[in-house]
Design a protein around this ligand. Sequence first.
Ligand code: NAP
Length: 346
Amino acid sequence: MIKASVIGGTGYAGQELIRILMRHPEVEIVTVGSRSYAGQKFSDVYANYENLTDLICEAANIQELAEQSDVIFLAMPHGIASKMVTDEILQQTKIIDLGADFRLKDIDIYEDWYKTEHFNQPLLKEAVYGLCELHRDDIKKAQLISNPGCYTTCSILSLAPLVKNNLIDVNSIIIDAKSGVTGAGRSAILTSMYSECNESIKAYKIGEHRHTPEIEQELGLLSDSCFNLLFTPHLVPMNRGILALSYATLTKSITQTEIRDLYKAFYQDEYFVRLTGDRMPETRWVKGTNFCDIGVKLDERTNHVVVVGAIDNLIKGAAGQAVQNMNIAFELDEKTGIDFIADFPI
Ligand SMILES: NC(=O)c1ccc[n+]([C@@H]2O[C@H](COP(=O)([O-])OP(=O)(O)OC[C@H]3O[C@@H](n4cnc5c(N)ncnc54)[C@H](OP(=O)(O)O)[C@@H]3O)[C@@H](O)[C@H]2O)c1
C-alpha cells in the first residue's frame, strides 16, 4: 500500500484528496494535516465522513511526515510550499503540490505575478509540471510534481493540439473562462458569499490572473516560442466546474472534419480527455469526474477556431489530477481510484 499524507487536508482541494484517497485501493492515509482543526476528527469538519473514518486532523510537521509517507500532497495557498520542501525531504518521499509554487520555471515571473518571494529556486528546475497528458514520462521519474492550476489544465488541454500542429497564430489566442465558486477555496471571502455571487456573473482580474503565465509557459513549450495571450476569468454562481472558451486565428486552411481528426489523433490514448463532436462540452457532464471534455468548432466566416473545454475544478483541476499523477509516479493504472461518472441529475 502507498502511504499518503495530505497537508491542507481541510480545504476544498484537500478534502477532495481525502475522499478519493480513502477509496483508492492502493492507498493508506497516514495523516491529514490542518492547523485550524488540529486535534479534531475529520468527520467533525466534514460530516459526509461520519462513521466512515477515524482520521484526526494534525498540525503536520513535513519532516516527520516524510519519514512516514511514500507521498505527501500539499494543498495549501501559494507561498508556503517553497519554504517547506527541501532536497532532504525529497530524498525520503514524493511531493505532489497542488499550489503554484513550483509550476513556473522562471522565478522572476513567479515573484512578479504572485507578489511574493520564492524560497527554493533550484527546485523549480527539478519540479515536473504535472499535466498528465503532456508530461507523463517525466512524471514517472519525478520526486516533486507540481499539479497544474484548474483554469490552466482546461485551457492547455483545449489548445495543445492546435499549438503543437502550428495551426493558429499563437499571439491571437484569447481564453474566456468561467469558474464555479469553489475555485476560490473554503475560507471566508466576501466575494464568494452566496448573497454576493448568486444570480450574477462577473469578469475579474482581466489581464492579470496568475494562471496566464502558466498557460503561456506550457503552450510555449509546444510551439517552441514565447508569446502572450489574453486570459479572462469569470466567476459564475455554481459550486464547481470550469468552462473555458479559447479563440484563435487560423494560419492554415483546414476543414471541420480535419481539425476534429487532428484532435482525435492527439488524444487517441487519453482516457481522461473526451472529444464531444457536435455536442459542445458542459460542466454538468464532467462534474465530480476527472474528465476534460473538449469540443472544437471552426468559424470559417471569420477564419477563427473556437475550442470549448470543461472540467471539474476540484477533480481534474486539482485532487483528481493529483491522484492521476500519483498513479503514474507509482506505476499504477492511471485510472485507479479516479474513474468517476458524473452524478446526474444533481
Ligand atoms: N479550489 C480549487 O478549485 C483549486 C484548484 C486547483 C488548485 N488549487 C490550489 O490548491 C490549494 C488549496 O486550495 P483550496 O481551494 O483547497 O483552498 P482552501 O479551501 O482555502 O484550503 C487551504 C488549506 O490550506 C491550509 N493552510 C492555509 N494556510 C496554511 C499555512 N500557512 N500552512 C499550512 N497550511 C495552511 C488550510 O488549513 P489550516 O488553516 O487548517 O492549516 C486549508 O486546509 C491552493 O494553492 C489552490 O490554488 C485549488
